[in-house]
Design a protein around this ligand. Structure first.
Ligand code: NAD
Length: 308
């Protein structure tokens, strides 16, 4: 039974820790904001970062405020008897809208106009640059929470949506679902390719030189998954060589994106700071997940979003 929940100060990178504490005022366990020095005072931890000290602190349960838990040592936590839960299921709408925004920006040239605005420049884009997303095409790689949120919004905008899924069963708003083994075929005709897979041994550098070659020359790559899902050097080369037309990137091999990265300077690259899921409702959404698992812990039910 968990009686003291710590909210690790690292969540401040995403939202005010006290906002989550206040949202959890109704749960039975004591909830407090903690630093890594206070771990002995709690038996569960809600956190953004992972530190080895968490594994050795006698915690029963760790909740990651992110969906991706690639930074957590799953085997070690399992061996230590610590349950880890994640925040998947919460970002389909926010990330879906962000990806719709990227697509609209490329189609309607909004990033280009904004760039010109900063220079006080009044000029139309090249006559053949603007298009409508209505009638364009998108391949969503990974059809979980994010992928479905992206597909639904793209479908509503008139985009022809296909997708890639390990188990290629039908998915709403996706006209054709390809198995992971047919990735090249799935991405070959898409104007937009959106990555929404977790980072695992199977998905590291899922998009490399061969996949960039398989894509259309005028394709735009969207990565809202994890930076390492893409071979970033190959992507930079591909953008320079015109092997694809552009990219909207929320995640990078190194974050923050280093100041000397060529990606900052590319006109046809939109860089966002791992903020595709940013939302003022974030603390309340986390509170809903934590509250539900506090209830399940008390009743002995299997935890929601259990990773290990
Ligand atoms: P999810 O678990 O709901 O969905 C992931 C899907 O990818 C699952 O359906 C899984 O079967 C599928 N998948 C795994 N390997 C695959 C492969 N090789 N080919 C095709 N599909 C594969 O997770 P989610 O909430 O949709 O999040 C997905 C990932 O996106 C997270 O793991 C996280 O790394 C990242 N993410 C980023 C942000 C952001 O702010 N940019 C926000 C949330 C999640």
């Amino acid at each position: 039974m968990v009686s003291r929940i710590g909210i690790h100060e690292s969540v401040e990178a995403i939202f005010p820790a006290n906002a989550l504490r206040e949202s959890l005022a109704d749960v039975e366990p004591d909830v407090r904001v903690v630093t890594s020095d206070d771990l002995a005072a709690v038996d569960a931890l809600v956190t953004f970062v992972y530190e080895d000290a968490f594994r050795d602190a006698g915690l029963e349960w760790i909740h990651s405020v992110q969906a991706g838990v690639d930074r957590f040592p799953l085997d070690e936590l399992d061996a230590a008897g610590i349950r880890l839960t994640n925040s998947t299921g919460t970002h389909g709408d926010s990330v879906g809208e962000t990806v719709a925004g990227y697509m609209l920006s490329f189609a309607r040239r909004l990033h280009e106009h904004r760039g010109k605005q900063t220079r006080g420049e009044w000029a139309w884009p090249a006559h053949d640059a603007p298009f409508t997303v209505d009638g364009s095409s998108l391949c969503v790689v990974g059809l979980g929470t994010l992928g479905r949120g992206i597909a639904m919004r793209a479908d509503a905008l008139g985009v022809d949506v296909v997708g890639v899924k390990r188990t290629p069963l039908p998915v709403d708003h996706v006209n054709e679902v390809y198995p992971a083994t047919d990735l090249h075929e799935a991405i070959a005709d898409a104007k937009f390719v959106a990555l929404a897979v977790p980072l695992t041994d199977d998905t590291r550098h899922l998009i490399g030189p061969a996949e960039l070659d398989a894509m259309r020359d005028d394709a735009v790559l969207v990565n809202v998954a994890r930076g390492d899902v893409v071979d970033q050097d190959a992507l930079v080369d591909g953008l320079r060589d015109g092997r694809l037309a552009g990219a909207a990137l929320d995640v990078f091999e190194t974050e923050p994106l280093p100041a000397d990265s060529p990606l900052w300077e590319m006109d046809e690259v939109i860089v966002t700071p791992h903020a595709a899921a940013a939302n003022r409702d974030y603390p309340e959404r986390m509170a809903t997940l934590v509250r539900e698992n506090v209830r399940r812990l008390a009743s002995g039910d299997r935890l929601a979003n259990l990773v290990v």
